[in-house]
Design a protein around this ligand. Structure first.
Ligand code: ADP
Ligand code: TYD
Length: 205
């Protein structure tokens, strides 16, 4: 499995979709075989999750963890492992760090949820681009984007907990990015790091 696996993480509205798309376009423009993925997926469990997020009631935390893991299992088998075997670059908008940050709390510690995912045999990414913004800024962006149509997880207290969980997960795989800057400036920082990653893996001189 000699592909290169990059993951974007951050609270809702932090700019993951914007930045993962920009990095994907960069790879396409440079003839690099790549795949842009997103979790929750468009698959069976991903659709179930989206229905729940649009409703007004969340299942118990263990059930939430289980649903996201089932969705991820399909993603790993169908998309991630084959792409890594082909040697492609994978760019992911959310992965199991979201599971830990969003479902982590009093019942299950964020670090324990990472362990549950690793025990499933899900591959570790080479790089995690963690786009950090304050929950208030995220809420302002979400309100603009959705015209006031807010999902269950999009509440300031909840996003504060999620951000605190992310901060606990930071390790050597993470690049912490200040998301309160111009979109192109953030892209440049990510692109520079990505090029270094390609070099380390012998893809470019
Ligand atoms: P996420 O995928 O993390 O939820 P998005 O990429 O969808 O975030 O961005 C959320 C909203 O904020 C969008 O309307 C997007 O255009 C805007 N946005 C993204 N990055 C920035 C930035 N650096 N500065 C200001 N607004 C941004
Ligand atoms: P997403 O569609 O990425 O939302 P956004 O574009 O607004 O960031 O994800 C939907 C929600 O699912 C988001 O609030 C984060 C949440 N989520 C979890 O709670 N656990 C997980 O394991 C994943 C992958 C996502």
């Amino acid at each position: 499995m000699n592909g290169i696996f990059c993951v974007f993480e951050g609270i809702d509205g932090s700019g993951k979709s914007t930045q993962s798309r920009m990095l994907y376009e960069f790879t396409l423009n440079h003839g690099i075989n790549s795949l842009l993925l997103h979790e929750p997926t468009e698959g069976f469990f991903g659709k179930k999750i989206r229905e729940i997020l649009k409703s007004n009631t969340l299942p118990p935390v263990l059930q939430q963890i289980d649903l996201f893991i089932k969705d991820r299992h399909d993603d790993v088998e169908l998309n991630i492992k084959p792409a890594l075997t082909r040697g492609d670059v994978i760019i992911m908008d959310r992965y199991f760090y979201s599971n830990a940050a969003y479902q982590g709390g009093v019942e299950f510690d964020a670090i324990d949820i990472i362990k549950m995912n690793i025990d499933e045999g899900f591959p570790l990414p080479h790089r995690v681009y963690f786009i950090d913004i304050l929950p208030q800024e995220a809420m302002d962006r979400i309100q603009l984007r959705r015209n006031g149509n807010i999902e269950l997880f999009e509440k300031i207290d909840f996003l504060t907990k999620v951000r605190d969980n992310y901060l606990k997960l930071i390790d050597e795989r993470f690049l912490v990015i200040d998301g309160n800057r111009d979109i192109n400036e953030i892209h440049r920082e990510i692109k520079d790091d990505f090029l270094k990653l390609l070099k380390i893996h012998g893809r470019i001189m």
